[in-house]
Design a protein around this ligand. Structure first.
Ligand code: CP
Ligand code: NVA
Length: 303
């Protein structure tokens, strides 16, 4: 495993191994111990879009592992693929650094970085996927349910990058993912087919939030307006009417259903404040696990 670009590139065994490492390193650090396996190593962190969780958790994970992270805004280097081709950027960084993580618009950018770099490349979110998020999500589910096998996730909202990675992770780790989106905002049929090819029947899709949450162990949602879609905001808000994860929808699931959201959350749109703050919410455990998963990923890829 050189890079971490998509859940679909990884075997179930590789994903399980990463989860086990995440859990053991989480305990190790909570016990106050330090693993400095990345001493002297540097991760270059390229961001075409804003970030709180991903940026901070990667930077802090590098510090905790004894290494360093350098945050790079596209304008600092004349834009990714603008001042010079991505293949040159990848080869130059390979001569200096020990790893690259990139949050980009086009998924092709992380593929090109990986193809031309000699060092590991990590996808920190593209328009197409968000694999680090999905792994923190499944880690959180495993912690709360003690298992992944047979867990049903109801994803309510936009069929986007987060949905896709979650569907792939669900398929590879024995879960069911029931997606409910408004018409026109469904996850693409190729991604659904890919998940179901790996695990037949693991991913389903409908246009009814209440149908999806029936018997769900987890209700998951994400913004209706992903980064880069700001101009569509008003149209999207209108089109997503009826898809808010609110108290009424949560009441249609089991009383101990867990609520998840990758954050940032837009209260009053895809989720209500009451649901974010409810006893069912594991949203901040989920945010914390970004650090624990990524620390394990960095150790695995860079040490
Ligand atoms: N969930 C997530 O990726 O958050 P950021 O955009 O703040 O990194
Ligand atoms: N789907 C969202 C996720 C943010 C973490 C976006 O791409 O903006």
């Amino acid at each position: 495993m050189k890079d971490f670009l998509s859940i679909s590139d990884c075997s179930s065994e590789q994903l399980k191994e990463l989860l086990e490492l995440s859990v053991s390193l989480k305990k190790f650090y909570k016990d106050g111990k330090l693993d400095t396996c990345l001493a002297g190593k540097t991760l270059v962190m390229l961001f075409e879009k804003p970030s709180l969780r991903t940026r901070m958790s990667f930077q802090i994970a590098m510090t905790q592992l004894g290494g360093d992270g350098i945050y790079v805004k596209p304008e600092d280097i004349g834009g990714i693929g603008k001042r010079e081709p991505v293949k040159d950027l990848a080869r130059v960084l390979s001569r200096y650094a020990d790893g690259i993580m990139a949050r980009t618009f086009a998924h092709q950018t992380v593929i090109d970085l990986a193809e031309f770099s000699e060092i590991p490349v990590i996808n920190a979110l593209t328009d197409w996927s968000h694999p680090c998020q999905a792994m923190a999500d499944v880690m959180t589910i495993a912690e709360h349910f003690g298992k992944l096998d047979g867990i049903k996730i109801a994803y309510v909202g936009d069929g986007n990058n987060v949905t896709r990675s979650l569907a792939f992770a669900g398929a590879k780790l024995g879960m069911k993912v029931a997606i409910a989106s408004p018409k026109g905002y469904e996850l693409d049929s190729e991604s659904i087919a890919e998940a179901n090819e790996f695990s037949p029947g693991s991913t389903t899709q409908c246009n009814d939030a209440y149908e999806a949450v029936k018997d769900a162990d987890v209700i998951y949602t994400d913004t209706w307006v992903s980064m880069g879609q700001e101009e569509e905001k008003q149209k999207r808000i209108a089109d997503f009417a009826g898809f808010t994860v609110d108290e009424q929808l949560v009441a249609a699931a089991s009383t101990d259903v867990k609520i998840m959201h990758c954050l940032p959350a837009y209260r009053g749109l895809e989720i209500t404040d009451g649901v974010v703050e409810s006893k069912n919410s594991v949203i901040f455990d989920e945010a914390e696990n970004r650090l624990h998963f990524q620390r394990a990923l960095l150790k695995k890829l860079m040490s």
